[in-house]
Design a protein. Structure first.
Length: 501
């Protein structure tokens, strides 16, 4: 059956997958957002349902006042002897740690730290041994993929950290994962940086500590030479055996906004590519080592689901929505079909905890509508990339009533693009439409609908803003002098998924 990439849309980077009890489980990075490390479940590697997060307690991850794209970097999930393990990095504190659970649907443990540096940690388990790897430098100062054996109950190192592979020469060697297939160990990694030169490479050996011999046709997967193709940035993957016994790489990538428009603002998403083994035991990827929109997945029989509409009623506050850093819960009322936010003096321009709750933007073409009422201060909808790059469509109090505004924040340029005076009522409907290039913002009042302006998507892209996240559509409230109350209702957001070859 033909499957459409990406298999998980929007800002869900650095996927890692494991198989346990007849199901597949996947985790992705979350950076400054909380709860941390979204957790998904699937029967078929294609249709994923979020079932929770791995980091749900403030003591599990330090996020206080971290900059955007700090915090929780690439996680790995593994299952061993009845226990799930998730290991990740807090890049802000430069600490690698892991949490564990016996019940995937319940809480995870407090963090256990490992005294090995670098980022992108991973586990390999065999015969009662737990091997911990990351990128960085070993105990002798040699850079590369570094590995040690640990006591899995305490995180204590049982062997020195040793560099076991230095890649194929690409920059930013990262994302190490080790597998044993038949009598060989396969060490897969990413190189080239998580941008347009990204690629997946691997090597093979006879021992978990090597030596490893690189695949002579590396990179095994990359789109770096597909000029004008929408899917780019392919890398950072995990190898997994599907229900049919075949192997697949689940990996990140991004969709640029046009054939020759080299910007991406949806973040790094989750893609799949089949791999096959040759007679000598080396694996290679389909489509000549590239990732395409349409992928043949033989074992899939029930079809593929795509998200086409979101609302307060059809989403779960605890699963789909995210806060910026650790929220002050007293400032949120999460109702069945309404949301009440209490704004404070902390606004969206600060690397702090504004009153904000958001959904990841999942496609280019959207049609969003939400009713908003405020009593003072400001409340509205933001298309948020980071504290320096966001577009805010809001209602705010002014000297003689209320007004609707469109604010464009691009770096250190903060501009009110449009204003519409509302009189003495703040009860309006905020509307946004977008395609791959442009957001259009308007306000609907009893007297009609008024367009406040547009904002180009490229100014919310990683190419402009930097960082590793993607646009999150947030409801927010601020009030510089006293706590205000903003009421949101009738939130709907519709997507029109479109393939661009």
């Amino acid at each position: 059956m033909q499957v459409l990439n990406p298999i998980l849309q929007g800002f869900y980077p650095d996927p890692s997958v494991c198989h346990a009890n007849g199901k597949y489980y996947m985790v992705t990075s979350s950076f400054q957002y909380f709860p941390g490390v979204p957790l998904f479940e699937s029967d078929d590697l294609i249709n994923w349902t979020q079932i929770g997060h791995c980091l749900t307690k403030p003591n599990q991850i330090a996020l206080n006042k971290i900059n955007s794209s700090g915090g929780v970097f690439a996680p790995t999930i593994r299952f061993n002897e009845g226990i799930f393990y998730m290991t990740t990095t807090n890049d802000t504190t430069h600490q690698n740690f892991y949490v564990w659970t016996e019940d995937i649907y319940s809480q995870w443990s407090d963090p256990i730290f490992v005294d090995q540096g670098g980022i992108d940690p991973s586990f390999y388990f065999e015969d009662g041994h737990a091997y911990f790897m990351s990128n960085g430098m070993d105990d002798q100062g040699i850079p590369g993929i570094v590995q040690c054996e640990i006591d899995i109950k305490t995180g204590e190192k049982l062997s020195p950290s040793k560099t076991i592979w230095q890649g194929t020469g690409g920059r930013f060697l990262e994302s190490p994962h080790l597998y044993k297939i038949e009598d060989s160990y396969y060490l897969m990694a990413a190189e080239g940086g998580t941008e347009y030169g990204h690629m997946i490479t691997y090597a093979r050996g006879k021992d978990p500590f090597g030596p490893f011999t690189a695949y002579d046709k590396n990179p095994v997967v990359t789109n770096r030479n597909l000029g004008g193709y929408i899917i780019q940035g392919i890398g950072h993957g995990d190898l997994i055996q599907g229900p049919d016994g075949a192997y697949y790489i689940i990996h990140l990538g991004f969709r640029q906004t046009g054939m020759w428009s080299t910007f991406h603002h949806l973040g790094r998403e989750v893609f799949i590519v089949p791999v096959f083994f040759d007679e000598d035991g080396w694996f290679y990827a389909a489509d000549e080592g590239t990732t395409r929109f349409e992928v043949e997945i033989p074992h899939l029989h029930k079809g593929q689901k795509k998200i086409t509409e979101e609302s307060f009623l059809t989403t779960d506050w605890n699963l789909d929505w995210a806060f910026l850093r650790i929220p002050v819960k007293d400032n949120y009322y999460l109702g069945q079909d309404s949301l009440i936010l209490k704004g404070t003096s902390i606004d969206l321009d600060q690397a702090d905890t504004p009153t904000f709750i958001g959904l990841r933007q999942k496609d280019f073409n959207l049609d969003l509508s939400c009713d908003v009422i405020i009593d003072r201060g400001e409340g509205g909808i933001t298309f948020y990339m980071d504290e320096h790059h966001h577009y805010d469509l809001a209602v705010r109090a002014c000297g003689n009533g209320f007004e609707a505004i469109l604010r464009l924040c691009i770096g250190n340029v903060k501009h009110i693009q449009g204003v519409h005076y509302l009189g003495h009522t703040s009860n309006v409907t905020l509307k946004t439409t977008s395609d791959s290039q442009t957001y259009t913002f308007s306000v609907q009042t009893p007297k009609g609908t008024f367009t406040l302006g547009q904002g180009l998507t490229r100014y919310l892209s990683s190419e402009v803003a930097g960082g590793f996240t993607g646009v999150v559509i947030g409801c927010y409230a601020t009030s510089p002098e006293a706590v205000n109350e903003a009421v949101f209702s009738n939130f709907t957001n519709s997507y029109a998924y479109e393939i661009k070859a």
